[in-house]
Design a protein around this ligand. Structure first.
Ligand SMILES: Cc1cc2nc3c(=O)[nH]c(=O)nc-3n(C[C@H](O)[C@H](O)[C@H](O)COP(=O)(O)OP(=O)(O)OC[C@H]3O[C@@H](n4cnc5c(N)ncnc54)[C@H](O)[C@@H]3O)c2cc1C
Length: 288
């Protein structure tokens, strides 16, 4: 099923994000996670694509398992930063045969730990990948990333939204946002998108902070602002794993309930492959 049709039929679309194992690593853990996630019936499960395609095979395999073995809808992430058109063409042919119908088209982060050759890619931005796929075939429903606090490389949030418009004009049907911990950023962002006539559905990216150590990693990745209440929770419970998890779940549930009250079109949960966390959050927040 195409994800754009799920948004048409649901008031609040609920999705979960997982990551595939590294090449050569065992798959049992992630397969159990997916089996467990099925118990909370997410509308779709997205599978990340490792930096510069290092998990390409794993991403495709896990997305295929979600579809064929577990009978749920996968959303396969695909980055273009180090891909040529012929590489993308091969991937599209492969996943189309496997029944994958939904792709999150991304640029990917520019590698900082090794030399990056921009000539290794036929694409500069996610909008180029979106346009390329759309001109090749209409088999796929495409989603793109949005940044409620602005993308870290963007000159301003307005410029970033103008670039988001290019992705929508290229054929994207929905947006999934970067994580944020203050809902006001999301509401302001949504207002700006609607003012700028972006009318496609937007899912809010929610990351439960279940470990204090994760926070600095998350800030580095997302540049999200951490509200003082979350900082206090980490100061209070940071050394106690089970209390920190409880507090992190409670914080995420509070965010989700407020978003649902404001009529959000979708909640996208970054599960970090922890199905128990996703199950608790979905039951406490009446997502299911
Ligand atoms: C929900 C979500 C899932 C993600 N999943 C993955 C994943 O699986 N694997 C992974 O490696 N990364 C993933 N990322 C991270 C993402 O790859 C990075 O944030 C990356 O830096 C930007 O990707 P993008 O697709 O948003 O790029 P783009 O849309 O290309 O934007 C990148 C920057 O360029 C600017 N820009 C965009 N288009 C133009 C244009 N035409 N002209 C000039 N400037 C432009 C934008 O304003 C922005 O500052 C994910 C991010 C999100 C929010």
């Amino acid at each position: 099923m195409k994800i754009r049709d799920i948004y048409k039929n649901k008031k609040t679309v609920f999705s979960c994000e997982v990551f595939p194992p590294k090449p050569g690593a065992k798959k049992e853990g992630i397969l159990q996670t997916i089996k467990d996630l099925k118990l909370i019936s997410p509308d779709f499960i997205s599978v990340t694509y490792g930096a510069a395609g290092e998990t390409k095979e794993g991403t495709i395999e896990i997305a295929t398992r979600i579809k064929k073995t577990y009978k749920m809808e996968p959303l396969m992430h695909l980055t273009c930063i180090e891909n040529k058109k012929k590489d993308i063409e091969k991937i599209l042919n492969n996943i189309s045969q496997k029944g994958i119908q939904n792709i999150l088209t991304l640029r990917g982060d520019i590698p900082v730990d090794r030399k990056f050759k921009s000539t290794a890619s036929d694409f500069s931005h996610a909008s180029d990948l979106t346009a390329y796929i759309k001109t090749r075939t209409d088999k796929f429903c495409l989603g793109v990333a949005g940044y409620p606090e602005g993308h870290p490389e963007a000159y301003s949030i307005e410029k970033d939204i103008k670039n988001l418009i290019k992705k929508i004009q290229a054929g994207a049907s929905f947006i999934i946002t970067q994580m944020f911990f203050k809902n006001d950023f999301f509401y302001l962002y949504l207002d700006k998108l609607r003012e700028m006539e972006i009318s496609v559905p937007v899912s809010a990216g929610i990351m439960p902070v279940f470990k204090a150590k994760l926070l600095s990693k998350m800030i580095n990745l997302s540049h999200a602002t951490i509200p003082s209440r979350l900082i206090s929770l980490i100061e209070k419970y940071g050394d106690n794993e089970s209390e920190m998890e409880k507090a992190g779940i409670e914080f995420a549930v509070g965010q989700i309930e407020d978003l649902i009250d404001h009529g959000v079109e979708g909640i996208h949960l970054f599960t970090m492959n922890r199905s128990s966390l996703a199950r608790k959050i979905s039951s406490y927040s009446n997502l299911r």
